[in-house]
Unconditional design. Sequence first.
Length: 142
Amino acid sequence: MAMTIHVDIVSAEGQLYSGQGEMVYAPAVMGEIGIAPRHAPLVTPLKPGEVRIDPGQGKPQEHFYVSGGLIEVQPFRVTVLADTGVRAADLDEAAALEAKRRAEDALATRASEMDLAKAQAELAEAVAQLRAIERLRKQKKT
């Protein structure tokens, strides 16, 4: 039997996931990280993106979208403290596309520096949501 690591994903709205996994993938600010059992302790911020949990044993991966937050890694436990988070299957593609369009429009008009930073953040979140939706679609096809 393969070794597993306990994974908790929580946000202000509540707990999204609690269970075991053979591997966890998360969008750290410096790039995607992969976490296996016995990983070295680590705390790092997350950027908007997809957290994936591979439960092993031939079961499909679990997919979650987080808008940012922190990840704490211990040798046998991973805790994701998300600013906001949802199961990737619950993401609204139409709303993400509309948010992306609005953010791109705001970037094109460049009203002020404050608006520019907000539009860039909204665009990053919308693109991350759309990537999570696309990855989930590809997984379902296979």
